[in-house]
Design a binder for this molecule. Structure first.
Ligand code: AMP
Length: 282
């Protein structure tokens, strides 16, 4: 397994792989790898000859006061995990390698960032698009794999690849969970004992809503009830919303044959957890 820190280095490696007839899959991550990330790597291995994992805690997707500084960075463990999983190349750039005085060009993500995390974390998805666009242009993989866990990110990047004509197939990896249903996240390690006990409530609320909504119940009433239950348990709800899968706009009524997402974010102490379910009305 090669560990490459420079843009020119990764370009050379990818060039060699391609001229050797190897297809490539990119799995972008911020490190602190867990089974969710490893499942994406395994999925990527099923779609390409070689897998490239990027590990970069991207400063531009964190707002001031968020957890950029304290975000876990266990680089040696991450590299060992990549090696075990059969990753060919890890791209591990420093901030200065990716951002060299970028200041002149911005862009707007329209409706896809207007709700859910985009509303609570203004500018977050601009940072995500900025870094993944760079990674796509640097690595030029055939496919890239992202988790359903970050469904709004997935939809925005899927749209980006289409609208920017990256020519990269975007593949979704399912959400990997603890036995009690809590979605794995690098941020779960911040949870205290009592917070950890409450954390699976988000998944339960989403599951209840997806089942009842899929069976025809009123979406607004459903989310209201589940927000009440979570708050009754002392959990601060950032949002809990049903949106259309394509547009990520909130819906008042559910249309048969269309995919919907119920997504939520909660705070347990200072830790913000997100999760979602995709469902269709029969
Ligand atoms: P992150 O390191 O948090 O930026 O995540 C890197 C990738 O892993 C993203 O595509 C996430 O959606 C994905 N991911 C995070 N948690 C999970 C999980 N529990 N199951 C599957 N994929 C995940």
């Amino acid at each position: 397994m090669q560990v490459i820190k420079s843009i020119s280095g990764i370009r050379d490696v990818v060039q060699k792989l391609k001229s050797g007839g190897k297809s490539t899959a990119l799995v972008p991550t911020m490190g602190a790898l867990h089974e969710g990330h490893l499942a994406l790597i395994r999925k990527a291995l099923g779609h390409a000859d070689t897998v490239i994992v990027s590990i970069f805690v991207n400063p531009t997707q964190f707002a001031p006061g968020e957890d950029f500084e304290r975000y876990p960075r266990p680089v040696q463990e991450d590299l060992a995990a990549c090696e075990r999983e059969g990753v060919s190349v890890v791209f591990l750039p420093e901030k200065e390698e990716l951002y060299q005085g970028d200041a002149f060009i911005g862009f707007e993500i329209k409706g896809l960032a207007a709700h859910l995390c985009g509303k609570s974390r203004p500018g977050h998805f601009n940072g995500v698009v900025q870094v993944v666009n760079k990674l796509f242009n640097i690595v030029r993989p055939d496919v890239a794999v992202f988790g359903q866990k970050d469904i709004q990110q997935f939809r925005i990047l899927e749209q980006m690849a289409k609208e920017f004509d990256h020519g990269i197939e975007i593949i979704m990896g399912e959400t990997i969970r603890e036995d009690d249903g809590l979605a794995l996240s690098s941020r779960n390690r911040y949870l205290g004992r009592e917070e950890r006990k409450k954390a699976p409530s988000l998944n339960r609320a989403l599951q209840n809503i997806a089942i009842a909504a899929g069976a025809g119940a009123d979406p607004r009433a459903l989310t209201k009830t589940q927000i009440g239950l979570l708050e009754g348990d002392g959990i601060r709800v950032d949002y809990l919303e049903i949106v259309d899968y394509e547009s990520l706009q909130p819906v008042d009524s559910l249309l048969p044959g269309r995919k919907h997402i119920v997504a939520g974010a909660i705070f347990l102490g200072k830790t913000r957890l997100i999760d979602n379910r995709i469902f269709e009305i029969a």
